[in-house]
Design a protein around this ligand. Structure first.
Ligand code: TYR
Length: 378
């Protein structure tokens, strides 16, 4: 890092971002030779899936640019948002997230020794923090609180009051984690705008905000918790991964909204770069041709538009690279009895159906007595 110029550090911080709010805050710190303090928060709800590789890469780039990074395991937010994480499970989920996120970061080549994890509930119950919740609640309108959470907090009829507190707490986190900037996906934009507006109401400083683009799912289209085929679990076997990618929608010639190409752009190429060799290889042995070797996504887009790079040869290359990323995560998981135990506690298997339910279920079912696998994805 000592060898990186401020401009190089800034370029790495900004790489692939959709937007930066108050960039001057970061620039000033870099120009003075300091290390920006940045946090990324994740509500500990459903099981993290392959979509988590995307923020992981950005965190890796921020660390490589010499930033001090905190990962907030937002356990209280996990139940403020419509009880997505039941209160009695949320502690186990936070532990599951900590282990999983660490493994994901290591898989993409990010050293995790400098990374700090903070549990939301470890400071969000302090008298000062709670008093600030009351104060901010009296200064922010119900309308504005609702608007701030509109894209993140689940919107329902007769919504719980906690959904209005969610943005208040996320905004206060910037102050209490003592950071210069918050990083998140473009879906957090309204919360970030609220933070800029609300923190000064309490006499606190505005922070910078780094926004990642919303990356289409590997399967094309939106990832959905209830549709097992729409997302790839970190523990999916190599065969399952290959099958899911083979079935993914990737129209020939079309690079827009292409989940497969986006995964190369936002995960595979940058993770190769973090490991010192920015390169993505597409094997063509079957056709008796030399492999295609890419170092930029622009080259890949050109070839894809011309069908030199067809979905048929791209998909197996992506499946192979993804399986390579998943292998160490799965090995670490298999080797850790503790991690497996945490998983069971965090995501207890659904109770077997009662006799009565079973009867109703079995009618017309192709698999009599089968217990549905309840997806707990975010
Ligand atoms: N809003 C984030 C999400 O959608 C989670 C989060 C919670 C982020 C609290 C920051 C924070 O301070 O997952």
């Amino acid at each position: 890092m000592a060898t990186m110029e401020p401009s190089e550090r800034l370029a790495l911080i900004r790489e692939n971002l959709a937007e930066v709010l108050n960039p001057e805050i970061i620039e000033k710190i870099l120009n003075e030779g300091g290390n920006p303090k940045i946090y990324w928060g994740t509500a500990t709800t459903g099981r993290p899936h392959c979509g988590y590789f995307v923020p992981a890469i950005k965190i890796g780039q921020l660390l490589a640019a010499g930033c001090e990074i905190t990962v907030l395991l937002a356990d209280i937010h996990g139940f403020l948002d419509n009880l997505k994480a039941p209160i009695e499970l949320v502690q186990h989920r936070a532990e599951f997230y900590r282990r999983t996120i660490t493994a994901i970061l290591q898989a993409v080549g990010v050293p995790t020794d400098k990374l700090k994890f903070v549990l939301g509930s470890s400071y969000q119950k302090s008298p000062e923090y709670v008093m600030d919740i009351y104060k901010l609640s009296s200064l922010v309108s119900e309308h504005d609180a609702k608007k701030a959470g509109a894209e993140v907090v689940k919107q329902t009829d007769n919504a719980p009051l906690s959904g209005l507190l969610y943005p208040i707490l996320q905004v206060l986190d910037e102050q209490y984690l003592d950071v210069d900037a918050q990083f998140g996906g473009l879906d957090q934009r309204k919360l970030f705008a609220a933070a800029k507006e609300w923190l000064p109401k309490l006499g606190y400083a505005q922070r910078a905000h780094l926004l990642n683009p919303m990356v289409p799912g590997l399967q094309g289209g939106k990832m959905s918790a209830s549709d097992q085929d729409s997302k790839i679990d970190l523990l999916d076997s190599a065969d399952v991964v290959t099958k899911k990618i083979r079935k993914a929608i990737a129209a020939p010639h079309v690079v827009e909204e292409n989940g497969i190409l986006s995964f190369v752009e936002f995960v595979l190429l940058p993770s190769a770069a973090l490991r010192g060799n920015r390169e993505f290889r597409v094997d063509r042995e079957r056709d008796g041709l030399e492999p295609l070797v890419y170092t930029t996504i622009a080259q890949m887009h050109d070839d894809y538009r011309n069908d030199v790079l067809s979905p048929q040869i791209l998909k197996p290359a992506v499946a192979k690279a993804l399986n390579e990323l998943l292998a160490p995560i799965q090995e670490a998981y298999q080797a850790s009895a503790e991690w497996q135990e945490v998983t069971l506690k965090a995501y207890p298997p659904p109770p077997a159906p009662t006799k009565k339910q079973k009867k109703v279920k079995d009618r017309g079912s192709r698999f009599p007595g089968a217990v549905p696998i309840v997806g707990a994805g975010a």
